[in-house]
Write a protein that binds this ligand. Sequence first.
Ligand code: ADP
Length: 272
Amino acid sequence: VLITAAPVFGPQGEPRGVVVTGQDLTTRHELERLREEYVSLISHDLRNPLQGITLRASLLTHALKERGMAREEALTEAILRNVAWMKSMIEELLEGSRLESRGVELRREPTDVVRFLEGVLERDVPPDLRERFLLEVATPAPLAWVDAARLERVLTNLLGNAAKYSPAGRPIHVRVSTSPEDHVVVAIRDEGPGLAREDAEHVFDKYFRTRQGSASDTQGLGLGLYISRLIIEAHGGRIWVESEPGQGSTFCFSLPTTPQGPEPHPPEEEMG
Ligand code: ADP
């Protein structure tokens, strides 16, 4: 039960009493659980037919190419792109609900974040976009204690957003530095529309998209930053954004250089 209390004041501002409310949260939690279960079931069920569509559209594209039917081939390629986008949304939905229900399991090892970033830019950023990303190393950063696959997920999301929400061709600065607490800090600065204060407070919330983001052509579910937050916080780090409307945004996160945060695998209980 959630108990909230609020003071009541009289016309002269003198205290008159307190209103206490009790709210039964059982139904709310149960609804939340059902919704998660529903998302997970639907996502699983959508995967197979999409796999079938991808296979057939690929075969069709191949056949059209052989017959030199370029216009029709462009259509099947558009189908493939749309299906790929649907698949990535489903993966995101599934990942979100998996991380929530099972928590973030981490396999951490000491990692050179600068080299890791170079690898991500090489592997995950299409060659025509790569030159927009300018990597700057402020100080030689100590090794961060991270789960590589999870960190890659966070970086592809933040780098992808910076490219997605800022004007084509404009540079994106990726800076690695060390915080006073000796955490490794990565800051990704873009020249996009920036964020109003009230939006900046919510961008890491589940399913949150700014009005501008939803109205533009950019597609998304509003789950990427939420998933990134779960991952960074599980590492014992912090994620935040510094931004002003019209001034671009800088998305930052910090990573500890020693194992911190919730232990991924609780020590096994002693037998006997
Ligand atoms: P998605 O991009 O799939 O909508 P995210 O969780 O990655 O979801 O981002 C949430 C919202 O935050 C976006 O819809 C957009 O409105 C806003 N946002 C994220 N990154 C940026 C950015 N670099 N510049 C401006 N707005 C951003």
